[in-house]
Design a protein around this ligand. Structure first.
Ligand code: NAP
Ligand code: FER
Length: 339
């Protein structure tokens, strides 16, 4: 039976900072699932920085949204109708769906959610795409050695908080940049970071880094770009590596900011700077998911989600990413026992 569901539509492309006018909440008809599809009741919806890229009218790693489209994102949901023999009604799954109460998912593209390993929203964070990004970006691109100093920006976010903890497990000296005392306290008191810098409370990032990373920087995991990255570039050690994961400080820019940049700082340390996409490692997702689940189940990696209640607040949750309102992974609870 086809379901009627409220869903968020893309209403207008933003210029600069997006706002609530970019979004429109309407009813839509969800068709019956075709063979190979699952109809799910959405429990949790992920909002992610890359979605800002999908609002642009230009091809990138993610296909642009067209005005009038239902917005897409990774969800955790409960199967209410299955047209695939691997899944049955009542199963919890995660996969690409819609910003909606009900969504059709492709059964070949979903993964099971096991609430015995972690609460379901963790499958959008440490046990989902952000966790895998941290795992491959740090271990394969950054490639730290025990004793190295690893610096991560956006350190209290979904990706950054996992990066720092994996670096700690690898015997590194770990320093994070984040935007509040509550965040830096979480990093040093709960997650085992050696030091954390609240960049909103200091003007001199370079001096703060000299204190936090007295031996210089061997690996920089960059989630943000901008002036934090400029400061880290001045402290790179010989053969340092920079893993460029994200540049959220620039996602709302309409023009590439020009001016004196820090590339000369890469010459003497012979530093390598490498961008990557988590999808580059899709052939190894099972390995990452198993390792992350083991670390989470054993308590070696802590995870945290900031939960905004209600589908109607999804745009607000997305916009909050650019104001640093989340600690850990930002999710929206759409339905469920406690919604
Ligand atoms: P997140 O870190 O959970 O959320 C974004 C955070 O960015 C905010 O909480 C905020 O924290 C910080 N931020 C926002 N504007 C900033 C600015 N102007 N300067 C410094 N920090 C700022 O998001 P996430 O999902 O983990 O993603 C982190 C980064 O990784 C993003 O750039 C994302 O695009 C990227 N990413 C890349 C891949 C890939 O495959 N390459 C995959 C996933 C994510 P503060 O309070 O600290 O400012
Ligand atoms: C992001 C989330 C995902 C991002 C990139 C990706 C640069 C890439 C995903 C893929 O591999 O397709 O925030 O920012």
């Amino acid at each position: 039976m086809a379901a009627t569901s409220r869903a968020w539509y893309f209403a207008a492309r933003p210029e600069g900072e997006p706002d609530l006018d970019c979004f429109d909440l309407r009813d839509h008809e969800v068709p019956d699932p075709d063979p190979g599809q699952l109809l799910v009741e959405v429990r949790y919806l992920s909002v992610d920085p890359y979605m800002r890229g999908r609002m642009r009218d230009s091809e990138s790693y993610a296909e642009p949204w067209e005005v009038g489209d239902v917005l897409q994102g990774i969800v955790v949901g409960e199967v209410v109708e299955s047209e695939h023999d691997r899944f049955e009604t009542g199963d919890l799954v995660t996969g690409e769906g819609a910003w909606a109460e009900h969504s059709l998912l492709d059964a070949h593209e979903v993964a099971p959610v096991d609430p015995r390993v972690a609460d379901p929203p963790a499958y959008l964070g440490a046990l989902g795409m952000p966790g895998r990004t941290a795992y491959f970006g740090l271990l394969e691109v950054g490639d730290p050695k025990p004793g190295d100093t690893v610096v991560v920006s956006g350190a209290a976010g979904a990706v950054g908080s996992v990066v720092g903890q994996i670096a700690t497990l690898n015997g590194c000296h770990v320093v994070g940049f984040a935007g509040s005392d509550e965040k830096t306290d979480w990093l040093t008191e709960d997650l085992g970071f050696d030091a954390a810098i609240n960049y909103e409370a200091t003007d001199d990032y370079r001096a703060a880094l000299e204190d936090a990373a007295p031996d210089g920087v061997d690996v920089y995991f960059d989630n943000v770009g901008g002036p934090i990255t400029d400061a880290v570039f001045t402290k790179l050690n010989l053969d340092a590596s920079v893993a460029v994961c994200g540049q959220i400080a620039h996602y709302n820019d309409e023009e590439v900011p020009m001016g004196p940049r820090k590339l000369p700082m890469l010459i003497a340390p012979r530093a390598s700077v490498e961008g990557f996409l988590v999808g580059d490692f899709s052939g190894r997702f099972r390995e990452a998911s198993e390792q992350l689940a083991e670390w989470v189940a054993s308590g070696q990696i802590e995870h945290r989600e900031t939960v905004v209640e209600g589908l109607d607040r999804a745009p607000e949750a997305f916009l909050g990413l650019f104001a640093g309102e989340n600690i850990g992974k930002q999710v929206v609870q759409v339905s469920g026992p406690d919604a």
